[in-house]
Design a protein around this ligand. Structure first.
Ligand code: SAM
Length: 235
């Protein structure tokens, strides 16, 4: 079992995990006791095997046995700009996007958005659990919800290659963008809301130099499109 912790980890000294939630999970749910090992991650890519020495009221004192660099992070950052969807769909995107390697989620509002916000604390919790489950070394960050034009500016400022998925019109398939993404220092992917992007939004994205792509002939649900698009470009 793996846990992201906020304490710095060093092989030079014992690690005290003061998060009562982790303490309870380790001792009451997993029934680990002194002498048992767990894996802890510091969120910056370091992953350490530690042995429980003591449990003082769900505060764990552990000996740090080994630390290595987690090797499951994608080679370059992948940022998913997702137009805010209905609660359960958006949460599904946070979970599945984390599993496949999204490094940052940027929720945004566009012309056809119906839902206007997310619960950031819940989104972070979902991303953290999915990162632990999928053995990632980092928890994806979740930006504050922004308007479409601010999202365009944010993407442009990143210096990454940006692609925007649109299902109306004859655009190149995302799988034909390999030459564009191969040398990128990062990739931004834009996915529209349930009602899709407006033609005006697509025109503004094109003017910003973004590549409009198709995900195939069939119209996918926004949450399916998010995962298909990210998985198509991730390395
Ligand atoms: N209401 C729109 C319609 O019926 O034409 C469908 C919008 S779709 C459910 C939501 C988003 O998923 C789109 O804005 C786009 O970003 C993405 N998407 C879904 N299918 C796609 C496809 N075949 N090609 C490109 N993008 C797609």
């Amino acid at each position: 079992m793996r846990f992201f912790i906020t304490e710095p980890i060093s092989t030079e000294k014992d690690l005290v995990i003061a998060d009562a939630g982790i303490g309870r999970q380790v001792t009451k749910v997993l029934r680990k006791k002194a002498g048992d090992e767990i894996i802890v991650l510091d969120g910056s890519g370091n992953e350490c095997v530690v042995m429980i020495k003591e449990n003082k009221k769900d505060v764990l004192v552990c000996e740090v046995l080994t630390c290595t660099k987690n090797s499951n992070e994608p080679a370059i950052p992948l940022v998913l700009y997702q137009s805010v969807l209905k609660k359960d769909k958006m949460e599904w995107v946070f979970e599945k996007g984390t599993e496949i390697g999204v490094s940052e989620f940027v929720p945004f509002l566009s012309e056809h958005s119906v839902k206007l916000g997310i619960n950031p604390a819940r989104a972070h919790k979902i991303a953290q659990e999915a990162a632990e489950q999928s053995r990632r070394g980092k928890i994806p960050t979740i930006a504050d919800t922004m308007l479409f034009d601010a999202a365009l500016a944010h993407a442009q400022a990143s210096g990454y290659v940006t692609i925007i998925a649109h299902n109306i019109g004859a655009f190149a398939n995302i799988r034909k963008c390999g030459e564009m993404t191969a040398k990128a220092k990062g990739i931004n992917v834009f996915i529209g809301p349930e009602g899709g992007f407006s033609e005006d939004e697509i025109a503004r994205a094109s003017q910003s130099g973004f590549r409009v792509v198709s995900l195939g002939k069939r119209v996918l649900r926004a949450e399916t499109a998010a995962i298909v698009a990210c998985f198509s470009v991730i390395s």
